[in-house]
Design a protein around this ligand. Sequence first.
Ligand SMILES: [Zn+2]
Length: 115
Amino acid sequence: MLRTTLLRRCPRCGGGRVLRGYARVVRTCPSCGTELSTDPGGFLTAMAIAYGIAVGMGVPFAFWLAGQVSGELALIAGAAAFTVAILLIIYPLAKAWSIWLHERIGEFDASARED
Ligand SMILES: [Zn+2]
């Protein structure tokens, strides 16, 4: 799970990349052909996790930053920039993890598994 998430690889074969560009899910795994695309609502979990982690790290950072800078504008701008940066880093990983999760619960290519 950790390897396929961090490397953004197919959860079934571990070979093909599941994201194209920043965080666009490929329709099928280029290595094994597993269908990966889900409806956009399928990635709400990934968004919630990414936002949760970003805010969860952003709030302690803001408290730390409050002791480092003077002025509310610098504090708000610094904390917001940090939180957005974390969100941008975490979101593709959360999406790759979500693909892994969907594969594990049998959402992808379920008819092929029943054969
Ligand atoms: Zn694959």
